[in-house]
Design a protein around this ligand. Sequence first.
Ligand SMILES: *Cc1c(COP(=O)(O)O)cnc(C)c1O
Length: 491
Amino acid sequence: MKKATCGMVRDEPLIFERSKPGKRGFPLPELDVSGRDVAELLPKGYLRDDIAGFPEVSEVEVVRHFTRLSTWNYGVDTGLYPLGSCTMKYNPKVNEKVAREENFLLSHPYQPEELSQGNLELMYQLERFLNEITGMDRTTLQPAAGAHGELTGMLLIRAYLTSKGNPRKKVLIPDSAHGTNPASASIVGYQVVKVKSDERGCVDSAELDRLVDEDVAALMITNPNTLGLFEEEIVKIADIVHRKGALLYMDGANLNALLGKARPGDMGVDAIHLNLHKTFSTPHGGGGPGSGPVAVKEHLAPFLPVPLVEKGANGYYLNYDLPQSIGKVRTFYANFGVLIKAYAYILTMGAVGLEKVAERAVVAANYLRVKLRGVYHLPYDRICMHEVVFSDKNQEQYGVKTLDIAKRLLDYGFHPPTIYFPLIVPGALMIEPTDTETKEELDSFIEAMKEIAREAKEKPELLHSAPHITKVSRLDEVGAARNPILRWKKR
Ligand SMILES: *Cc1c(COP(=O)(O)O)cnc(C)c1O
């Protein structure tokens, strides 16, 4: 197979290594105060002495340095980015343009309501769109990420149950859940109890029925779950939870699979967070601003964070009058730029377009599932939703592991999928192709995966030492995260 990578990748040293004393990126006019030193003339606060050995380089060296480094990056604009559970789809550039319009960009959170009517209307309308899409009654736009939405949701549930007289003690979480779920529940003071998945990869309703008692505050469920499977018993699950006075929280990070097709509110969900930076047109992965709105049913609405945007006789306003509110969960109002992109995306897609998103995401994942079935082990061989989970079980006999497969994919020019997650599948390869990939791109990914499976059998050593044609090969990723070198020292 033709490799998808070739060409000119420039080597580039640290910018400090390019430094030569006296080199400058700019000329300053001669100092016209004779006999004095600049350091003496400038106020102390403007002088730096804590960064020794600042690189001395020319302008073109700076430009080339960073441009070369940027070519080592891989992004959605470079190619397929099949990270499961992340929805790394292509985000239309027009939404970035809209978010950068000056009237949005230059508005300030301290601006009075009368001068912020457009922004408030956008937030008001976006909330209505999200209420409609999720089938819920009210939505707070404040949380800044998915995990922050979970935390907000848990605080809401705690506040609601406290108002009923007992906050309760436990939160049930399926063993396939994203790691942020148990973290969010414990930060709010709940004890986390694991719910085992059944052999079909779903929550076992009989097991759940045994676990739910009067001490359980909520079940936190992800649907479709992290195996990419729809929880078919969701209505029954909601009923089991509600019968004991507990609430159903849904992790809605996988909403890309449901858009316009099914609404969590109709399934009995009481609260759900969405990841605008997965489903609604904000690129992510670089740690940039995100947004994790939380949508709730009527009974949780009085506890939502303040302020909510309302519409009155004199226009839109920020409503702080929620006596039972959990308070604010973020400074000011939200990551507003992300809201603009979501709003623009929803308007341009329309109801029909959003439905197509879900259809294409699901068809793409099932195309990969069927084409790669047998080549890679499929632990849950069922129709999947937006992502499909394989494992390295078929390659075990050749001593090839998931990490080797993922690293070898780099040689074929693809970002690897999510690996070793969900934890309930040993050696998991979790692939989410998303709705924005063409059939041709999916076909070349399938070809690469098949070729790698062939290599695993015929020349496993090639995989053990992969990647071969990237700038660097296997890295000490843990060391890089735990012992980062953030200051350059001359060696
Ligand atoms: C991404 C994700 C989260 C966390 O969202 P962040 O915005 O990264 O905090 C939670 N649950 C699931 C299932 C996810 O995929």
